[in-house]
Design a protein around this ligand. Structure first.
Ligand code: ADP
Ligand code: MG
Length: 609
């Protein structure tokens, strides 16, 4: 018999090891940001495309690497941060196991550019499947840029396992915030698909908290500051009135590393006891610093749990430090805690409040979820609408609740229970609304919003899958466009083709329309395209989505059935049925509600039944 045991090739071993360190785009983001911090950077920029699935790039102005180090960095167990076992007990850096870059290089296509101050030229490396594909000198500024493309391109099973873009992006933002919060003396920025989400100027911790969590906290932070021989605690807690109904703005850092600890969270909550309503959550960002020897370093560094040598001491300490801070604040309510004028006037503090910012914020899935106001708005409006009186006094269109993309998926589950009862006849109101009964009461559906949602999902499926059937034009018409519009349209041709529009550029702004989707009337094809372009340009000014996303949104808006159209019973039934087959039936792609739900219980109560 032959021997059967073999050593795994390095790239396979690395791929397997990578699974532990890089579970999703956000894990890579964390590792790369921490490396930049460890390299002593004072400016760190994070760029992601497609929620990190297509690209994660971190650019820092840290100390850079020599040519040999740059090659070495991607080997497993290659680290500059520890050299012997004793170092483990003194560790002050974020990383030390030397696994991150090796893992990243095993599961993505990596491009590294790095230069040290003392070197003339920098070094450029391309690595794929743990193998160096290219190495050459390059002109570069001092620091390091690492771009990882197409995460899990060679591990399809893992790639398929990734969640939707909003969900992965949310994880990325969480990691970004955790690092940015811990290092207010470092400039951080985050752009997603070319749109800037965070731009955090260097400053104090207080300024950083306000930059990240919003202006609402500006004058509402209570400083926590205690020093002992055993450990120090510093940071801020929100004044009791800022406590929220949702957990969220709560951060613990131990030696500047973000940790999760239900135990320490309990310590803070108990300090707040009596001062905030039950079921509400105070904001806190607390930093515990202690001798690394007091921590169990064997806990996996990518995990966020931590083991203290003596947990009880830390608990008691956190609790009393927060109590002490709160007590001081209630004796001297204004003196200590007003932000001084110089801070108030800082751009970074003022910025989140400008209208421009707010509107771009509300269109971004991210910012919106970090402003407390937005959530409160959402909660208020929803509960208001369950009251009939308010409903009649305030027409829905005047003060529409707008859901953020994050909120929309969160509501998905609740929606299933609301689907209309089968075989019930819908009724139309004012040629704009459809009323339909469901198990618990009835739904009031806005026909245009509902149709927008349906079309959006249909079109989205078409661009990434089976194309929509085209009806060939009998007499192809032409369309003449201004140069800028012609450029726009030319870019959209491949996607439009999937959507059933066959267009052919004919030079100098002219396009031939060879076909349109079957449901676009033949004589209207030219107008349909002009209107679509107009809508598309409108979106271009407002929002910075991908071209495809803008196209999908424009088309669904433009093609949706508008108010004023009287619908037949059959049309209404089809619309309602299709709406509830959608992945996200409860809102338009831009976040307007598609329907409101009214409960029979409440009707009964109103009529004293
Ligand atoms: P670890 O951070 O645990 O040491 P990594 O795999 O993350 O392991 O990085 C390996 C080594 O590469 C680091 O120890 C460091 O010397 C170097 N390195 C990584 N990223 C950077 C960076 N942005 N700037 C300078 N050096 C870096
Ligand atoms: Mg590292």
């Amino acid at each position: 018999m032959q021997d059967i045991i073999q050593l795994l090739p390095d790239n396979i071993a690395n791929q397997i090891a990578a699974g532990e360190v890089i579970q999703r785009p956000a894990s890579a983001v964390k590792e790369l940001l921490e490396n930049a911090v460890d390299a002593g950077a004072t400016e760190i920029k994070l760029l992601v495309n497609d929620a990190g699935k297509a690209l994660i790039q971190v650019i820092d102005n840290g100390k850079g690497m020599s040519e040999t180090d740059a090659r070495m960095a991607f080997e497993r167990h290659a680290t500059s941060k520890i050299s012997n076992i004793d170092d483990l007990f003194r560790i002050k850096t974020m990383g030390f196991r030397g696994e991150a870059l090796a893992s990243i290089a095993a599961v993505a296509q990596v491009e590294l550019k790095t230069k040290r101050d003392e070197d003339e030229a920098g070094i450029y490396l391309e690595i794929e499947n743990s193998i160096v594909k290219k190495q050459e000198p390059v002109a570069a500024a001092t620091g390091t840029s690492i771009a990882m493309k197409n995460l899990f391109f060679n591990v399809p099973a893992r790639r398929n396992f990734l969640k939707s873009n909003p969900s992965e992006l949310r994880h990325i933002v969480d990691e970004f915030i955790r690092v940015a919060m811990a290092f207010p003396e470092i400039f951080f920025s985050l752009s997603s698909n070319g749109q800037q989400v965070f731009h955090l100027e260097k400053g104090t911790l207080k300024q950083r908290i306000v930059q990240i969590l919003g202006n609402n906290y500006a004058a509402k932070l209570v400083s926590v500051q205690e020093r002992t021989d055993y450990l120090d605690i510093s940071g801020f807690v929100g004044k009791p009135e800022t406590a929220k109904k949702t957990r969220g703005d709560q951060y613990f850092f131990v030696n500047n590393r973000f940790i999760k600890s239900a135990y320490l969270n309990h310590a803070v909550m108990s300090a707040f006891a009596a001062m905030i309503p039950k079921d509400s959550f105070p904001m806190y960002a607390l930093f515990i610093d202690l001798d690394p020897a007091q921590l169990d370093i064997n806990v996996h560094p990518t995990k966020q749990e931590i083991k203290f040598e003596d947990e009880k001491i830390v608990y008691a300490f956190v609790q009393s430090a927060v109590k002490h801070a709160l007590a001081q604040f209630s004796i001297t309510p204004t003196l200590d805690f007003e932000l001084d004028a110089s801070i108030q006037n800082m751009d970074a503090v003022n910025k989140p409040a400008t209208d421009e910012h707010r509107s771009s914020a509300s269109s971004s899935s991210l910012f919106a979820t970090f402003t407390q106001k937005n959530k409160a708005h959402f909660i208020e409006k929803r509960s208001e609408l369950t009251h009939w009186k308010d409903f009649y006094e305030k027409p829905v269109s005047v003060d529409t609740p707008s859901f953020t993309p994050l909120e929309i998926p969160l509501m998905e589950k609740a929606v299933i229970a609301e689907a209309p009862s089968p075989h019930c006849t819908p009724a139309q109101l004012h040629a704009a609304y459809i009323v339909v009964q469901n198990e618990k009461g009835y739904l009031l559906i806005n026909q245009q919003n509902a149709h927008e949602r349906i079309l959006y999902e249909r079109f989205a499926a078409a661009v990434s899958g089976k194309a929509i059937a085209t009806q060939q034009s009998l007499f192809p018409s032409t369309i003449d466009l201004a140069p800028a519009d012609a450029v726009l349209l030319a870019e959209l041709i491949p996607d439009l083709e999937q959507l059933g529009y066959k267009l052919e550029p004919f030079g100098s702004g002219t396009f031939v329309i060879n076909g349109t989707p079957a449901d676009v009337e033949q004589q209207n094809e030219k107008m349909a395209i002009e209107k679509m372009l107009e809508q598309y340009k409108h979106f271009s000014n407002d929002l910075k989505f991908s071209k495809r996303e803008k196209l999908l949104r424009s088309l669904s808006l433009q093609r949706s059935v508008k108010a004023g159209n009287i619908l037949s019973c059959k049309e209404m039934t089809a619309l309602v049925d299709e709406l509830f087959l959608c992945d996200i039936p409860n809102a338009t792609p831009t976040g307007k509600p598609t329907y409101m739900s009214f409960k029979k219980d409440e009707m009964d109560r109103m009529f004293g039944r």
